[in-house]
Design a protein around this ligand. Structure first.
Ligand SMILES: *[C@@H]1O[C@H](CO)[C@@H](O)[C@H](O)[C@H]1NC(C)=O
Length: 314
């Protein structure tokens, strides 16, 4: 068999939203604001949980890890996207492109598993409150967290190695906002059938399995809520559950539509919108829905704020 391993493409060109030149300016402004809000929101959570001893329990350690993932995934995607939006055509070197792909898969995969672990944590806390401290002790929490990071790392390594081994002989224009697998795969001049089968099975395991477990645990949680005696408590728990479910569904839904069939027939514009949903919306919304609705975290934030103000007045 003849091996084709000389790739003639040495750099790619990211097109971003160049089909809409009149929108570039506005999009740049909107994305910059979203990026800054995402950084601020998540960094506040990381710092508050770090400083507040009473929050060093599994639920908040998961949240803190989720915020680290969200900050990282935004930092991998957004600055590059802002550069793309402020230029007509942005070239990105082969190596940077695959580095971006690697980190998107690494952090994206970790997020998938962390959200699953968090749903399991809530499920145990609400459905078996008495044995919860035993089910979710520090060691189990640590294992779930390191497991999520390890699986994300493996996903990034395997998939990026595989995709970067394909020959790329031109054209070199990526009609997407970042170097994500499906967009780059379209430029490979080789038979990618085997990879697509891998992507399909991999996506089922990495996205659909945690997603199904999350849905199942929330169904159990909903039943537990319905048995609650007080109406206001029930309403509050219900709205928290609903907001978690919405964001989780948005994240897993759009990610699985993108990765299940990397060469699917969705238009490039639809793929860009789906990508924005999990790479930009999820990291922005997570701090809002998981933390700002949480009175313990709000109290810790206010406490730290007061302490800081006190320090300044003396
Ligand atoms: C993540 O989770 C681990 C394990 O529970 C915890 O030790 C760590 O402090 C968390 N936060 C970060 C920022 O990694």
């Amino acid at each position: 068999m003849k091996r084709q391993n000389q790739s003639s493409v040495v750099e790619f060109i990211l097109l971003g939203f160049s089909n809409f030149p009149e929108l570039q300016g506005q999009l740049f402004g909107i994305f910059l604001i979203i990026y800054l809000l995402t950084l601020i929101g998540n960094v506040v959570i990381i710092v508050v949980i770090c400083l507040e001893q009473s929050l060093h329990v599994p639920m908040y350690l998961f949240l803190q890890n989720l915020s680290v993932v969200d900050v990282s995934i935004s930092a991998v995607i957004m600055p590059e996207m802002l550069v793309v939006l402020s230029n007509e055509k942005t070239s990105i070197s082969f190596v940077s492109c695959f580095a971006q792909m690697y980190f998107i898969l690494f952090f994206g995969g970790t997020e998938c598993f962390l959200l699953g672990a968090m749903a399991y944590d809530r499920f145990a806390a609400i459905c078996s409150p008495l044995s919860y401290p035993m089910i979710m002790n520090k060691r189990v929490c640590m294992k779930l967290v390191t497991g999520s990071w390890t699986l994300g790392f493996m996903l990034g390594t395997v998939q990026t190695t595989w995709v970067s081994s394909f020959p790329f002989c031109g054209p070199s224009e990526i009609n997407h906002i970042s170097c994500e697998t499906p967009a780059v795969l379209e430029l490979a001049c080789a038979d990618t059938f085997l990879f697509e089968i891998y992507a399909f099975t991999g996506t089922i395991l990495i996205i659909m399995v945690p997603f199904m477990l999350i849905i199942l645990s929330y169904i159990r949680i909903l039943f537990a809520i319905l048995k609650m005696p007080s109406t206001t408590g029930r309403q509050k728990a219900f709205s928290t559950c609903a907001s978690h479910l919405t964001s989780v569904t948005l994240f897993y839904g759009t990610a699985s539509m993108t990765y299940l069939q990397p060469k699917s027939g969705y238009s490039p514009e639809a793929k860009k919108l789906m990508s924005l949903s999990y790479s930009l919306l999820t990291p922005l919304l997570n701090p809002l829905i998981y933390s700002l609705r949480n009175s313990e975290l709000k109290r810790a934030l206010i406490k730290l704020w007061r302490r800081k103000v006190d320090l300044h007045t003396f």
